[in-house]
Structure formats: structure tokens, C-alpha cells
Write a protein that binds this ligand. Structure first.
Ligand code: KIV
Ligand code: ZN
Length: 387
């Protein structure tokens, strides 16, 4: 029996707080409905105490979405929890996500507090949230830089207080994959009652390791991952949903499943990029413009003979029609001939193909990318000359 990994999407909270990515309530509802179609298990809809707009969006998303859990973020502060509970009143499945910083630097500089007092505040926040909802998630902010022995004490205390999910954020994106994996393993092995809660990853991408860290956490026993579409989020972003979903899709031997309908990945990516005004970098894994584009002659020749030579995923599995063969000065005769064939120009005479190819190379040296119109023109000129 395969194991289930829960997908917690925070595009509308950690993603939406990025400068320039703000959405209005109607746009947030559009994204939330798309996330529901995509198959995420939890939608973090906002931080309701932060503004009336965020509060209202959580209310409206709760009304618009049917089966995913709707989650609202709070600090470990009673007022935040009261407001979050109120914002979730229409949600069919609701979760309060409360927490506090646990690293020594957060304890000293943010709170001017002590380790013992932070445990008391964490427990009090979970107990307070439990008055409103059964499903309470606790986050240990900056867990990535929190001493493991102390973190284990915090996690044990909040689970005892009723936390159903415990989130271990690498808030600053500092951890190495091996280190983050070890941290989750340490908790799995040293916290009494750990199996009464789901352990969650929440990794930031400051060193480009968010996906690797998340994956390492999953291999050590985390069964929820906090992710965003296109990896958007604070600073360098969060773990990207599509990367985790496709890692598990491609590596079926791991026997870990998500509920993600992978064919919805590409349309969702484009919807979020356009609504948030945040273009996807062309070489972004899975959803970048070049993720399924082959431009070198050697690769094009291989892919035309058998897609599996250079493609580990079927583009259709992420919602694309097909991969693309981009015609550049690096392309070979096979790619040119293939493209002409797709455009309805079938040429069997190899000398003719060669003539067109020489013209094509001269043009490709001047232009970065040769278009379909260009090659039709080259082929037309050549066949006209040849007659
Ligand atoms: O990165 C972080 O620590 C967070 C928490 C608020 C969950 O976003
Ligand atoms: Zn975060």
C-alpha cells in the first residue's frame, strides 16, 4: 500500500505576501478554486488578523471551496486566533495554523524571552485554538536553525496540547538537505507521541535548496509538505508544488502518492503567474517555457527517434500538448525536416533537404530563433528554384 503525502498550498498566504503579487478577493477565489481542481489537500487562505482584506478573503474562499481544508495563519496570540476562528466560520473543513519562533535568535531578539517561556506560549496558543477547531497546526518558526533537542521538547509539548499537525519551517532557507532530513528523523525518533500528529515541511529557497530539503524531510517521515505554485514566496520563494508532485510522479518506486491531478499543473502555473504578475523563469523545472523545449541538434535527433532519450516526463502529464523542437543554429537536418513535415511540407530528396538546411543555418546565425514562417519561406524558395 502506498503512503499518502498531504499537499498544503500556501500560494495565497506565503506566496501572496510577496511585493507585487497581491490579489484582490475575486482573484484569490479564482486561484483557490483552481487549487481545489488541482487536488491540493489544504489551502492556506491568509493571515486574517493582518488586514480586513485578508480576513474577508478567508471568509469568501471558505464559502467558495468545498473539499480542501481551509487554513488561517496566526501568531501565538489570542486576538489573532479569535479573528482566524471568525474568518473560518463558513469553511466546511477548517484549520488554525498558529506558532512562534523557536530558534535562540528569535527567542532572544524577537521575543526577549526564554526557551521555557516559549514552550508555555506555544502550548497556550494550541490549547486556545483548540477551543475553536479540532484541527490545529503548530509552526516552530526558524526550526531550521533551532537546536534539535529543544525543538523535540517543543514538538512534544504542542502535540500533548492537541496539535494535529506540526510544521518544521526552514524559515531562512539555511539548512542543507542532509541536515533538514536529520532534523525530521531526530523528531520522529525522539518525540513521545509523534505519531499522534502529522509532521510537515515548510522550506524556503534562499540557497536554492527548498525542494531538496522538502524531499529529504519526506524521506525521513514528514507526511505533509507546504508548497506554492511556481515556488513563489517570501524572498527567494518556497518549495514549488509542481516539483514535489512531479518528483513523486516520476519516482513511482518511492510509493508515496499525492492527490494532485498533474495535468492541471501547467494551466495552474500560468493562471498564478498572470494574476500575480510574476512571470515564470524560462528554465524553471516543470513549468518554465524551456522545460520541454529541445534546442541542440543532438538532443533533437534523439527525441525525434524516441522521446525517452531526453525526456523523463511526458509533457502531457503536466498539462502541455507536447514538447517542442526549437529551431536554432544548433539544430540539425532531422529537426528541420521534422518541422517541415509537421507544417505539411514533405521532402524526400536529401539533396533538397541539405540545400534548405544550408540556407537555414545562414538565417539561424543571424536570428536567435527561426520561426515556422521562416522555414516555410526557405523551403518555398528552394522548391521554386529547383523547378
Ligand atoms: O517561513 C515560515 O516560517 C512561515 C511560518 C509563518 C509558517 O511562513
Ligand atoms: Zn514561510
Amino acid at each position: 500500500m502506498s503512503e499518502r503525502l498531504f499537499i498544503f498550498d500556501t500560494t495565497l498566504r506565503d506566496g501572496e505576501q510577496v511585493p507585487g503579487c497581491q490579489l484582490n478577493t475575486v482573484e484569490k477565489i479564482q486561484v483557490a478554486k483552481q487549487l481545489e481542481q488541482l487536488g491540493v489537500d489544504v489551502i492556506e487562505a491568509g493571515f486574517p488578523v493582518s488586514s480586513p482584506g485578508d480576513f474577508n478573503s478567508v471568509i469568501e474562499i471558505s464559502k467558495a471551496v468545498t473539499w480542501p481544508v481551509i487554513c488561517a495563519l496566526t501568531r501565538a496570540v489570542e486576538k489573532d486566533i479569535d479573528v482566524a476562528a471568525e474568518s473560518l466560520k463558513y469553511a466546511r473543513h477548517k484549520r488554525i495554523h498558529t506558532g512562534i519562533g523557536t530558534s535562540d535568535s528569535h527567542i532572544k531578539y524577537k521575543f526577549g524571552s526564554t526557551r521555557e517561556e516559549i514552550i508555555e506560549r506555544a502550548v497556550a496558543a494550541v490549547r486556545y485554538a483548540k477551543r475553536y477547531v479540532e484541527d490545529v497546526e503548530f509552526y516552530a518558526e526558524d526550526a531550521g536553525r533551532t537546536d534539535n533537542e529543544y525543538l523535540a521538547r517543543v514538538v512534544e509539548a504542542v502535540i500533548k496540547a492537541g496539535a494535529t499537525v506540526v510544521n518544521i519551517p526552514d524559515t531562512t532557507g539555511y539548512c542543507l538537505p542532509s541536515e533538514y532530513g536529520e532534523k525530521i528523523k531526530f523528531l520522529m525518533e525522539n518525540v513521545n507521541g509523534i505519531h499522534n500528529a502529522v509532521i510537515s515541511t515548510h522550506c524556503h529557497n534562499d540557497l536554492g535548496m527548498a525542494t531538496a530539503n522538502t524531499f529529504s524531510g519526506v524521506m525521513s517521515g514528514a507526511r505533509q509538505v507546504e508548497v506554492t505554485v511556481n515556488g513563489i514566496g517570501e524572498r527567494a520563494g518556497n518549495t514549488s508544488l509542481e516539483e514535489i508532485a512531479m518528483i513523486l510522479h516520476c519516482h513511482k518506486g518511492l510509493d508515496i502518492d499525492t492527490n494532485i491531478n498533474t495535468q492541471m499543473i501547467f494551466p495552474t502555473s500560468r493562471m498564478v503567474a498572470s494574476l500575480m504578475n510574476m512571470p515564470v523563469q524560462p528554465n524553471k523545472a516543470i513549468v518554465g517555457r524551456n522545460a520541454f523545449a529541445h534546442s541542440s541538434g543532438i538532443h533533437q535527433d534523439g527525441v525525434l527517434k524516441n522521446a525517452g532519450t531526453y525526456e523523463i516526463m511526458n509533457p502531457k502529464d503536466v498539462g502541455l500538448d507536447d514538447s517542442s523542437i526549437v529551431l536554432t543554429a544548433r539544430s540539425g537536418r532531422a529537426a528541420l525536416k521534422y518541422r517541415l513535415g509537421v507544417l505539411g511540407v514533405k521532402i524526400d530528396d536529401e539533396d533538397k533537404v541539405d540545400k534548405i538546411y544550408q540556407k537555414f543555418l545562414r538565417l539561424a546565425d543571424q536570428k536567435k530563433k527561426v520561426t515556422d514562417d521562416d522555414i516555410l519561406m526557405l523551403a518555398g524558395a528552394d522548391t521554386a528554384e529547383g523547378r
